[in-house]
Write a protein that binds this ligand. Structure first.
Ligand SMILES: [Fe+2]
Ligand SMILES: [Fe+2]
Length: 524
């Protein structure tokens, strides 16, 4: 349709609807709330020819300023343009935007200086402060799908694109602006819903991680440190421009997927019995059974003394009986000392030690006329652990956490962008040569993300400050030495390891630990 002289070049209705449609599509794909708000204002101004505009969002009983654009003043504030110090507007009938939010009505003002509109002082105050001259104003409430007002769009000064004159907002534009406002409201609501869902999931993930970490005073914070270290390594992979990893670039979604997988990698530990997680001595179940053993040996010694007394009363040579009793008690002391030593997980048990344990276990003492074995079969089994504190069954129980992680995560309906979380998290104990668990995956079956997780998981665990079965923390040198051996044994990825060592990424762990100490101090 040709434009008439002196009027706006009228788009016909179909063109306007088409433009509206395009705007609707453009708004619906935007996922960043700040960008979306900027876009809504820009599109609304473009659609109506407004020289300036402001967008407010409902927040409780007031409107908070989101963004403002003013072409004439070349003033753009809020959102990505930068902070603005604009106070919230109460939702009442005292201001134009408050009025629109309260009543849900659109205000179409041809001149804010008309006596009819004098009751709203805001536009004139704005003019006084900025030197701007507000004339026409279109104030549109943004309603969501439930009809709730979630914001207010305030458009100033409709400019005729040909004459550049400011006039009232054109009737045909006004008729369609509500549609644009609805699309904007839906887009804002969608972005907020997605953001809220993500935030909810995020907090769930962190609560679970904290619950697992808090079960052990020794591994507290392990998950967070692993998550942060995994990110450090992934970022280094993205940065590296030479070598075998130069072509690998993790997209933002992949980094996020790795982050979530890291936070959830040990989720299966929630099912591991507490005493197994940190089993400090071989005899520990819910408590350290060495106390039972000590009490039992005190009983044996008492029984030996009673027997000696009985023999003396029976007429035996008192000196010989006393000497035999002393020898027996000394032997029991010695045996108990051996058992106490054997209970220490740091003690490496040689064949002779195991044989002595078997002999001890085979012995039964009469206490109060009842036969009492020195060791129960389970005590023998636990004390016979050659190295560390865990029996094979307990070791399996711990390894179970990896398959449990997979089982648990597979039940979560992850979104498309997070669909590989179970695979990445569940493979953190897999080894490239196929000797890992739970699935015995090998080589290419283990993704690079899972390899990153495996590397930092081992590194973090070895770097723990304190472990019940370790006398003192390992030096960095020792930790890196073990890591190298793991690479040489084809357990860990050599390229990632090279990056880890060459770029001294391991140093980041110190920064993370210091940060966590600081946060703990601030909390207490
Ligand atoms: Fe694990
Ligand atoms: Fe772990």
């Amino acid at each position: 349709m040709p434009a008439e002289a002196g009027t706006r070049p009228a788009l016909d209705l179909q063109e306007r609807l088409q433009r509206l449609n395009q705007i609707g599509v453009a708004l619906s794909v935007e996922r960043d709330l700040t960008v979306l708000l900027e876009r809504i204002l820009l599109e609304a101004r473009g659609f109506t020819g407004a020289d300036a505009g402001t967008l407010f969002l409902v927040s409780g009983d007031h409107l908070t300023f989101a963004i403002a654009q003013n072409d004439t003043l070349r003033s753009f504030v809020g959102g990505r343009y930068g902070q603005a110090n604009i106070p919230p507007v109460p939702i009442n009938r005292d201001s134009v935007s408050g009025y629109a939010a309260t009543t849900g009505e659109m205000l179409n003002i041809s001149d804010v200086y008309d006596p009819e509109w004098q009751r709203f002082e805001g536009p004139r105050n704005y003019d006084r402060m900025t030197g701007y001259r507000t004339r026409s104003m279109l104030v549109v409430p943004l309603r969501d799908h439930e009809g709730q007002v979630i914001g207010v769009l305030q458009l100033l000064n409709a400019v005729d694109p040909q004459t550049r004159q400011v006039g009232p907002f054109a009737a045909d534009v006004v008729a369609l602006i509500q549609s644009l406002a609805s699309q904007a409201a839906v887009a804002i609501t969608n972005v907020r819903l997605i953001r809220d869902t993500e935030a909810l999931f995020e907090s769930f993930v962190r609560v679970m991680a904290t619950a697992i970490d808090e079960r052990s005073p020794y591994t507290g914070g392990h998950i967070r440190r692993v998550a942060e270290m995994a990110h450090v390594v992934a970022e280094a992979v993205n940065r590296c421009a030479a070598g075998p990893l130069a072509d690998v670039v993790f997209a933002a979604d992949e980094l996020n997927e790795l982050r979530v997988a890291s936070w959830m990698h040990d989720i299966g530990k929630i099912t591991t019995p507490e005493w197994v997680v940190d089993k400090p001595t071989k005899l520990t179940t819910i408590h350290d059974r060495i106390e039972l053993l000590r009490a039992r040996y005190v009983g044996f010694m008492q029984a030996a003394r009673v027997q000696a007394l009985e023999q003396q009363l029976g007429g035996a040579d008192p000196q010989a009986v006393a000497a035999a009793c002393a020898t027996e008690i000394e032997r029991l002391h010695d045996e108990l000392a051996f058992l106490e030593k054997a209970n220490n997980p740091g003690e490496f048990m040689v064949d002779a030690d195991l044989e002595r344990l078997r002999q001890i276990a085979a012995r039964t003492y009469m206490v109060d006329g009842q036969p009492v074995p020195s060791l129960s079969p389970d005590e023998l089994l636990n004390l016979s652990i050659r190295k560390g504190s865990l029996t094979d069954a307990e070791r399996r129980k711990i390894s179970d956490h990896a398959s449990m992680t997979i089982r648990m995560l597979e039940q979560i309906p992850f979104t498309r962008k997070l669909r590989r979380v179970p695979e990445i998290a569940g493979a953190h104990h897999e080894k490239l040569d196929g000797t890992g668990y739970p699935q015995g995956l090998r080589g290419d079956q283990i993704s690079l993300q899972a390899r990153i997780l495996a590397l930092v998981d081992i590194f973090e665990s070895l770097s723990a400050d304190d472990r019940p079965y370790r006398a003192e923390p390992m030096s960095r040198e020792m930790v890196l030495g073990i890591l190298k051996k793991e690479v040489d044994a084809h357990h860990l990825d050599a390229d990632l390891h090279a990056l880890f060592v060459d770029q001294q990424l391991y140093r980041e762990l110190d920064r993370i630990k210091a940060q966590m100490v600081l946060e703990r101090q601030q909390r207490s």
